[in-house]
Design a protein around this ligand. Structure first.
Ligand code: FES
Ligand code: FE
Length: 375
């Protein structure tokens, strides 16, 4: 099945990569309003464990409280704004103490201890809990929304409902993490993920396992885009040797065994479902021309605990592919910021990029785009 056509649609213009106005609008209208892929429940196994989700000016503590509930709070003290947690992840005790003047908050966000403020007339600690942030646990993947009034998760990412349940991703654990900083705008990372037109030239090894035309798009419009590619070896996987590096995940059906499913989740990352593992990429824009990509490989805990478990064939395969892709993204970025750049035409193999751009324009809002045209 070929996706909706990209016929006649062109890539984004230079202004989408260089304009401060668009960069700011992307934060205001997209990143600070969307459900952002922030991590996985396996990062928060123990009560008191936390990690930070950080984007632009915002920092959020995602934690498991002492009762085992997951919650998220903006990472600043209600006194004078000090950042509460400074390490990217860790374990809290039963409280979070501000490093500035020792205001102390419970893991439910309530202000529990406040040195000397009892002298202040009318002060009530109940008026100063941590600001909570919206958090959703979808099949074990944790999404944060920075908006005060977020769109319901199911409305925002409708393509996810009921899909991928057979991978039982909430049971998986992140076995390996790699972080990259890419000299490219975040949208170019999404564009690159969304086509295999570049695979024969850029990824000869990947293209041997899944020839570039072995693909279809089963989600071709909206914030979740993607579909399966089928492998030449239906008992294989995407690894250095083409073999599985763990048993097939329980629940994956016979028809899914020979495929790898790739989906982009606007605007924060990608999920890739392999027969033996699941991979999460998170894209975090650092500047107009730099993006951090955090990549994690998730396996079934029984596989991780098995003697001789070795995720290296999967990790090395995708680390190699990632580095090939980041080089392509950085190289494309150099061209699209040129004063002479004019948008180029999408091929029929780039329908998902055209769909990404439509989603992006919808999210950014016509008024921003119109003001650029007028200006
Ligand atoms: Fe946190 Fe003062 S800023 S206690
Ligand atoms: Fe690639």
């Amino acid at each position: 099945m070929q996706a909706r056509t990209s016929f006649g649609q062109h890539t984004l213009g230079r202004e989408y990569f260089v304009s401060d106005e668009i960069w700011n609008a992307e934060h205001e209208k997209i990143f600070y309003r969307s459900w952002m892929l922030a991590g996985h429940v396996s990062q928060l196994e123990q009560p008191g464990s936390y990690f930070l989700f950080e984007l632009g000016s915002e920092s959020v503590i995602v934690l498991r409280d002492q009762e085992g509930e997951l919650c998220a709070f903006h990472n600043h003290c209600r006194h004078r704004g000090s950042k509460l947690c400074r390490e990217a992840q860790g374990t809290l005790g039963k409280t979070i103490q501000c490093p500035y003047h020792a205001w102390t908050f419970g893991l439910d966000g309530a202000l529990r201890a406040v040195p000397t403020m009892s002298e202040v007339p009318g002060f009530d600690a109940a008026d100063y809990p941590l600001h909570s942030a919206a958090l959703t646990n979808w099949e074990g993947f944790l999404f944060v929304n920075l908006s005060r009034d977020p769109q319901p998760f199911a409305d925002a990412l409708p393509g996810l409902a009921g899909r991928f349940r057979q991978w039982r991703t909430a049971e998986l654990r992140a076995a390996v993490r790699r972080e990259y900083e890419v000299d490219a705008n975040w949208k170019l990372i999404f564009h690159n993920f969304s086509e295999c037109y570049h695979c024969p030239l850029a990824h000869p090894h990947l293209n041997k396992l899944t020839p570039f035309r072995n693909s279809e798009n089963d989600l071709d419009e909206g914030p979740v885009l993607g579909g399966p590619m089928w492998m030449n070896n239906r008992d294989g996987s995407m690894t250095m040797g083409g073999e599985r590096c763990a048993p097939t995940l329980p629940g994956v059906t016979d028809s899914e065994r020979g495929k790898v499913y790739y989906y982009s989740l606007f605007p924060s990352g990608f999920l890739s479902f392999h027969p033996d593992y699941v991979m999460m990429h998170r894209a975090l824009p650092l500047s107009k021309d730099r993006t951090r990509v955090v990549c994690e490989w998730l396996f079934h805990p029984d596989s991780i605990a098995a003697p001789g478990f070795d995720p290296a064939p999967a990790v090395e395969f995708w680390d190699l592919t990632n580095r090939q892709d980041w080089d392509l993204c950085a190289n494309a970025h150099r061209g699209v910021v040129s004063l002479a750049w004019e948008p180029g035409p999408y091929s029929e193999l780039e329908s998902q990029l055209a769909a990404f751009d439509r989603q992006y324009r919808r999210a950014l809002g016509e008024e921003v785009i119109a003001s650029r045209r007028a200006g």
